[in-house]
Design a protein around this ligand. Structure first.
Ligand SMILES: Cc1ncc(COP(=O)(O)O)c(C=O)c1O
Length: 410
């Protein structure tokens, strides 16, 4: 069978995907390209992986996991929907943090990380041709996932001048008879925006009025600064029945390697997700679920991570916002910053320039949507310690100050 022949058998949605075997793929999370940079002593500031490459599991989590390993309990599957104990801990967090009262036996499903949960949540709604509105810039998967499912991604721009808050007029204008879903990352990656209550209330009214579904990815909900109000859209009037909320232990808890995420949804939605769970997700790793239970029961360590990320965002702002031609807002959440370099040049060229001139690999804004053209995402939270972060950020600033723009770009 020819290779072309097998390609023609691939489902339409997946035809556009490339994994780096036959062509250079520059996405940080695909292929060997990014990993190869680390071998050359390039500082990686493009992984959304807290404190990478440090290896820290909070002591209390370690102790529980070691004990459970000694007893042999991680040998076996949990239920495909996840361990009840973990679902109970998730329900408690929903109650204390998300303004949501959920039944751990009906409204929670544990997934192997939130990426797979995000895709699973969307897959039960999207028919070929369905349109999905995605604020732009946004998490790259949000642009690809609808298309993998045969749907159509409709980007709706977020503007720096309005602090990247949702533009509900533009959102409403983008709605057609084919619109099925709005896909929101809140807080938003890469802009770090924590969407304001009034914006989310307007969004909720729009979702209800046009009879849409909201899928909201809250992977960064644990890292929010300046006491900003964090509202879970599912808690707003009329939204519980039509929202799937996705969370993770990867970011705020720094347990990305555990691969534990979870979905929260109403009985009607969850009945479908429970029904197909064994087919789609199997079950999440038992040992990792045990660790996640301990982390949710002892969340104090998150506060110390928050303090480090708070320090680093201020550091990034102080060092990078002073570079002529760079403009940025103070990050509102997470452990990265989003900088506008359009006055200096093309963001892909600049990303490649920084690898050579600063020996730092950052993310090209273009992978976060059309609005990311001219931007870089720089992850200050993925380095071992603050000294490394200062050093890498100063190398970036020095290199950008020396950069000679080849042409103006806007
Ligand atoms: C916004 C957002 N959602 C989801 C994920 C996936 O995280 P995980 O699968 O580790 O839970 C990421 C990872 O970078 C992310 O940035």
């Amino acid at each position: 069978m020819s290779t072309r022949h097998i390609r023609s058998k691939i489902a339409d949605g997946f035809q556009q995907v490339e994994g780096g075997l036959f062509s250079q793929v520059t996405k940080a999370d695909v292929g060997e390209g990014f990993a190869a940079l680390a071998q050359q002593d390039i500082t990686l500031m493009g992984w959304a992986d807290p404190f990478y490459p440090d290896r820290i599991v909070p002591e209390v989590v370690q102790a529980v996991m070691i004990k459970e390993f000694e007893s042999g309990s991680p040998t076996h599957y949990t239920m495909p929907i996840g361990s009840l104990k973990l679902r109970e801990e998730v329900a408690k967090k929903c109650d204390r943090y998300n303004q949501l009262t959920v039944d751990p036996k009906r409204n929670v499903i544990i997934t192997p990380g939130s990426d797979s949960g995000l895709f699973y949540a969307m897959s039960i709604f999207i028919n070929p041709g369905d349109e999905v509105l995605v604020p732009d810039p946004s998490y790259p998967s949000n642009f690809l996932n609808p298309r993998l499912l045969g749907g159509v991604t409709v980007p709706v721009p977020l503007e720096q001048r309005s602090g990247y808050q949702l533009d509900l007029v533009a959102m409403e204008r983008a709605i057609t008879s084919k619109t099925k879903m709005i896909l929101l990352t809140h807080p938003n990656n890469p802009t770090t925006t924590v969407f304001k209550r009034e914006k989310l209330e307007q969004l909720a009214r729009l979702v209800c009025h046009y009879d849409l579904v909201l899928v909201v990815d809250q992977a960064f909900e644990d890292i929010i600064f300046d006491d900003l109000d964090f509202i879970s859209p599912a808690s707003l009037p009329g939204m519980w029945e039509r929202t799937v909320t996705i969370c993770s232990v990867s970011k705020g808890m720094g347990l990305s390697g555990f691969r534990v995420g979870y979905l929260i949804a109403s009985d009607q939605i969850m009945d479908i997700l429970y029904g197909a769970a064994v087919n789609v997700i199997g079950a999440t790793n038992t040992a990792a679920q045990i660790g996640a239970i301990a982390a949710l029961q002892n969340p104090e360590f998150i506060e110390s991570y928050q303090k480090i990320f708070d320090y680093r965002r201020k550091l990034s702002f102080q060092i990078l916002s002073e570079v002529p031609g760079v403009s940025m807002l103070m990050p509102e959440s997470g452990f990265y910053c989003w900088i506008d370099v359009s006055q200096l040049g093309d963001s892909t060229v600049l990303m490649n320039y920084l690898i050579k001139a600063a020996r730092v690999a950052v993310n090209d804004g273009k992978v976060y949507g059309r609005q990311g053209n001219g931007f870089l995402r720089i992850i200050h939270g993925c380095l071992r310690n603050n000294e490394e972060a200062v050093n890498a950020l100063e190398r970036i600033a020095t290199a950008l100050k020396k950069y000679k723009p080849s042409r103006k770009f806007s």
